[in-house]
Design a protein around this ligand. Structure first.
Ligand SMILES: C=CC1=C(C)c2cc3[nH]c(cc4nc(cc5[nH]c(cc1n2)c(C)c5CCC(=O)O)C(CCC(=O)O)=C4C)c(C)c3C=C
Ligand SMILES: [Fe+2]
Ligand SMILES: [Fe+2]
Length: 323
């Protein structure tokens, strides 16, 4: 059997049924990398808040057909990337908080003779709460099991990779050919301020992604907002919904909303953006509310992922290996 490079696509995962919402949230709130509850009480508190939050978010998942589309869409990305990378690679998916977990990904991967592993986050911008957490989980599980120990390469971020930026630009132009009269409102997942203060590069990298995309849309007015804060601590602002209110009050009629920190659809795009924020904008007099779909299997994006994987194997070319 010829040896292969394993590529592990890392993502958050989402509930695959209404019954899975609470255990998914329990896994999320039990993770000290995403939410810092004092360790001795983290699990009981996670259990409590997952019960409360599951009741609140059940409706989002009902609107989306009873589950998160994240697994399906990440698996489609894996399939397309596998086609481009070819025989010498084996691409698998490892989710942080729901199936397929890292355990399942490694079991699948080591059916082959694997000579090295590339960790490829489905988060273009690095955060300790997302990519960092997935890396930590990967090493915990890998070291616990008796798999052959092979070199592991980490792709930390690709927020400024030229092909990723090109994919974002093409995707906007394909979905909104008459972009010229629109205000571009970029929206990223928010993050508690203390995470940024501890040196997380997420905010800086998100701003750089936006700046690089905007080089291709001269004269277009734009802003960056943050969505989906949870809990009582202070999060990155301005909040996307507050920006929508402000822009509508200033008389913006054509609003194009562009998610930047997600590469597939889930509750935050399909519910928060498409239902809640659309209603808000329309009730305040916005005539045209366009939401750009996430990249999913956009051919330029899959090519970007291939380039990123291939150049990670040539260390002298891979400036994005450090965040
Ligand atoms: C509790 C703190 C959270 C931090 C910090 C956080 C950061 C963060 N999250 C994403 C991307 C996604 N988050 C998603 C769901 C989700 N996230 C949190 C909490 C934090 N996220 C919760 C409680 C949930 C569950 C849904 C909810 O109850 O609101 C998802 C969607 C999963 C799905 O339904 O498919 C994504 C994607 C990023 C990029 C990020 C930091 C940069
Ligand atoms: Fe989140
Ligand atoms: Fe969230």
């Amino acid at each position: 059997m010829e040896s292969k490079t394993g590529v592990v696509l890392l993502n958050m995962g989402g509930p695959d049924s209404l019954e899975a919402i609470q255990p998914f949230l329990y896994n999320l709130f039990s993770d000290h990398d995403i939410i810092r509850i004092p360790r001795p009480i983290q699990k009981p508190v996670a259990w409590l808040i997952s019960r409360i939050r599951a009741k609140k978010t059940r409706h989002y998942y009902e609107v989306m057909g009873g589950k998160s589309p994240q697994r399906e869409q990440t698996e489609e990305q894996a399939k397309e990337l596998q086609k481009l990378l070819g025989e010498g690679y084996r691409v698998v998916v490892a989710m942080r908080y729901w199936h397929p977990f890292t355990e399942e990904a490694l079991k699948e991967l080591f059916k082959e003779d694997i000579e090295r592993i590339v960790l490829l986050p489905m988060y273009p911008q690095f955060s300790t709460t997302t990519t960092g957490s997935s890396f930590n989980e990967f090493y915990r599980v890998y070291q616990r099991r008796n798999y052959p120990q092979v070199p592991v390469l980490e792709i930390r971020s690709y927020h400024n990779h030229p092909e990723y930026i090109r994919a974002m630009v093409e995707n906007i132009k394909e979905n909104l050919p008459n972009w010229k009269g629109f205000f571009f409102l970029f929206t990223a997942h928010s993050l508690p301020i203390y995470v940024i203060e501890e040196g997380d590069p997420y905010k800086e990298q998100t701003e750089e992604t936006v700046r690089l995309i905007m080089e291709h849309f001269p004269g277009v007015e734009h802003a960056l907002g943050y969505q989906s804060k949870v809990g009582p601590v202070k999060w990155l602002e301005p909040m996307t919904d507050k920006l929508i209110e402000e822009l509508a009050r200033k008389g913006v009629k054509n609003l194009c909303v562009i998610p930047v920190s997600f590469v597939c659809e889930h509750s935050e795009t399909l519910y928060e953006l498409d239902v809640q924020y659309r209603q808000l904008a329309e009730s305040l007099g916005v005539d045209n509310f366009v939401r750009i779909p996430t990249l999913r299997t956009h051919p330029t994006f899959i090519k970007a992922l291939r380039d990123i994987v291939e150049s990670s194997l040539k260390p002298e070319q891979s400036s994005f290996l450090t965040s």
